[in-house]
Ligand binder design. Structure first.
Ligand SMILES: [Zn+2]
Length: 151
């Protein structure tokens, strides 16, 4: 699932607490729960192409996703009187499982393995493959709904 979607969920949860640590933990846990839903990102991680091409594609998507997340956070901060520390904690907690997964994909750091196993366990367990566009539209609608819930 896109980082923007995870961040939007994390920020909704952050509105329910004044404690950045709780915002971080709630958002971190929510990441795994949200990843259970089939979300159409399988083609992004297609291992049929060379590793270099795959990483270039993933990095491009992640950078675009992070830019959209930054715009989303900016708009939320102009609408909701939430502490920037809580928003930062929630966004970090919400995207950290994917960051860990990405780091582990590049370099198998032993301490990260349990988090990667947990991520793989929760990531689309039904193995239902959605088309990328369906995933984009679904997540776009979800982000709009989350924005409305948050403001
Ligand atoms: Zn994930």
């Amino acid at each position: 699932m896109y980082l923007t979607t995870h961040s939007a969920v994390g920020i909704v949860l952050a509105t329910k607490t004044v404690n950045p640590l709780f915002a971080f933990i709630f958002a971190f846990i929510a990441h795994y729960i949200l990843d259970i839903i089939p979300h159409g990102d399988e083609s992004i991680f297609n291992k049929d192409i060379s590793a270099v091409k795959r990483y270039k594609k993933i990095i491009s998507i992640v950078l675009l996703d992070l830019a959209i997340t930054a715009v989303y956070v900016f708009f939320i901060m102009t609408k909701v009187p939430l502490s920037p520390v809580i928003i930062f904690a929630a966004v970090l907690g919400s995207i950290l499982p994917d960051i860990i997964w990405g780091i582990y994909d590049i370099k198998s750091i032993k301490i990260l393995k349990p988090f990667v196993k947990l991520h793989n366990f929760f990531h689309n367990p039904s193995k239902k493959i959605l088309h990328l566009n369906i995933g984009l539209i679904g997540q776009g609608i979800l982000i709009i709904l989350l924005y409305i819930i948050t403001i």
